[in-house]
Write a protein that binds this ligand. Sequence first.
Ligand code: GLV
Length: 326
Amino acid sequence: MPTRQPLQRILVAIGPEPADISSLTARFPRIAFDVVGPDAVNDHIAGADAALIGWVSPSETLDKASGLKWIQTAGAGVERVVGDGFADRGILLTNGSGVMAPNMAEHVIGLMLAFARGFPDLMKGQQRQSWKNGVGMDTVFELGGQTVLMVGLGDIALATAERLQAFGMTVIGVRRSDVTGNPPAHVDRVVSIADIDAVIGEADHVISSLPHTSETRRLFDGARFARFKDGAYFYNLGRGTSVVQADLIEALESGKLGGAGLDVTEPEPLPQGDPLWDAPNVLITAHTAGATPHFRERVLALFADNIARYQSGQDLVNVVDIDRGY
Ligand code: GLV
């Protein structure tokens, strides 16, 4: 077990207004917690041993953090932290993977059900007070019996797989490493990312929860969309950079894809006038999948668990591999 100096001062900056961290102060009475809004991080980080910070941690902040040994991020994506020579700073980095997994799973299943039941057309019809608006026997489908390919097999994918099994769907997982052994619970089969093209045509729905890394950039391009099953649906909850958006629009316009549910785009916010807004059968949810009223309680529980691990010299959970970028 690593020997570590006990943490004495911890900075907490996870929201626009000061967070209620009584669960932390009660559990760790010897630690001085400094709770600040995002704008005050730079002024308060100098004396901190550790910090729980929202999503961004620019190098300007880190330059002031001479005593910082560990950063816990609230979000899962750490692409804005790990650049700029972060590895050389010798700071341990853990992320918030799992904190938003239950709501993100519900979000993507909501998108799948919306396509299955024709909700977008029904809603458009409602706005015009038009009954049915073309939705009927020949346009709806059932999720039961269909196959889902989860690209990226982290917490979001596993929470989604658990729920999809109840719909009677087959779940195939794609991950970068470790495809040997039994698949995780609720996943029928796991294949390596190197074999993605061999399985992508089996899927009625392809869900990406990939982080932004040099390896995930432009993974979904025209050549890959061409390998999708005709009429398949694509969903992105990870990062917009993994998709060549012009190619996605083309695949939707040609009818190759049945639709796309996109929580993330490139860039964000998606500018007004961008052709993606009006592409056929696109549902854009504007990076809201992570929103949940349970965010605070879950992130503080994760942080408390990691503080206890840190203090007792155990391995932390959600340690980020800086070179891999997630
Ligand atoms: C949100 O996008 C996150 O990375 O947690």
